[in-house]
Design a binder for this molecule. Sequence first.
Ligand code: 5AD
Ligand code: SF4
Length: 449
Amino acid sequence: MSTSHASQNLYIETYGCQMNVADSEIVASVLEEKGYKVVEDIDSADVILVNTCSIRENAEQRVWGRLDVFKQIKKKKPEVIVGVIGCMAERLKEKLLEEEKIVDLVVGPDAYRDLPNILESAEGGQKAINVLLSKEETYADISPVRLGKNKISAFVSIMRGCNNMCSYCIVPYVRGGERSRDPYTIVREVEELYQKGYKEVTLLGQNVDSFNWKAEDSEENISFAQLLEMVAKVSPSLRVRFSTSHPKDMSDDVLYTMAMYNNICNHIHLPAQSGSTRVLEQMNRKYTREWYIGRIDAIKKILPNCAISTDIMTGFPGETDEDHKDTLSLMEYVGYDMAYMFKYSERPKTYASRHLPDDIQDSVKSQRSTEIIDLQNKLSEQTKKEDLGKTFEVLVEGTSKKSKEQLYGRTSQNKVVVFPRHNYTVGDYVFVEIVDCTSATLIGEIVTK
Ligand code: 5AD
Ligand code: SF4
């Protein structure tokens, strides 16, 4: 092991999805191995890495804004290395080095093992880049350094890349094709987390339902439902969550596995994107409104206490008022507990950018988006009201921001609950009866069972 970096402080800033959060932990692990030390204070950094997202144009704008800030830091301290990693690094490649003189290195999502070499070049004054995508890389053997503040909940990446080719989406271009990680390394990582005191893991993939691992030297083939069961068996007191499910692939097997294990949380994030079959077809989502509704009905039947959240996109090319109404009526039908809602943003290279003109005026996108957000606020409130009087098992995550006397945690359904502290502490499971709610939070009292 090289010791030349023993004194180098590494600061990592992360944008984008949970997958990026997990990737930053892999990056930290690769570099700690070489003697770098992760710091939280940017002013003490020798190396600044920004892990980036390209999903919408505004995600990239935010990063350009941060690069301006890093420019000021570099003016005062020219020896600081600035690196752009992740999805935007993969999308823009050399352009980042050309357009932004302060950037010293560019590394894509499949090349993090090469970071020590790349940094060595950069430290020697040579700008460096590695944006090779891989068909195999899953970082299976790397034990991520946990950067999260709460030491009870961790992300575990189970697959990388995506094969779906939704017509609007940049992910397949910046993260490459889909690969499943060796499930035995996943279980080992989860066991280690549990031994360290972690109480919750979230299994991450762009489309977890298509997890499919084939052993090289036998006929063994492991599906997502099987993996979920293997992870659930690590301990009944370890909560298991997962994200993201794809409506076209979410099987009843997964739902029955969830029903069998109390520690697999009752929450499914099932992005609908649109409620119009015509738009779904243009998006290349490979399901219809009716199919989606069929999946929702299956969840409600097999898992009656399951919360459902979604992603909705508005203003996709050619979206009519009728299509928009279909989205609103789908939302009403499902009664989502939570939704992420986005305006369509055209992304270079995608099928939509090449074949479907971005023809919905921004004012129309905004109007529809407002209607979607208003409806979701109403639905979120309704689902919270339905929780009043019910008792939930809550995993304590921390002290409430508003009062030291109050703790907060989450229900299996992923809803935040605030309640009096008593003698409980982070990592405990407590039963809480819901007595009130605000727009974002449930408020409860501890009950002894
Ligand atoms: N424009 C707007 N939203 C997008 N998403 C993906 N691509 C785009 C795009 N080009 C949204 C989808 C996806 C979520 C992660 O981001 O809703 O589910
Ligand atoms: Fe995550 Fe997609 Fe953003 Fe990449 S582009 S960070 S995969 S949301």
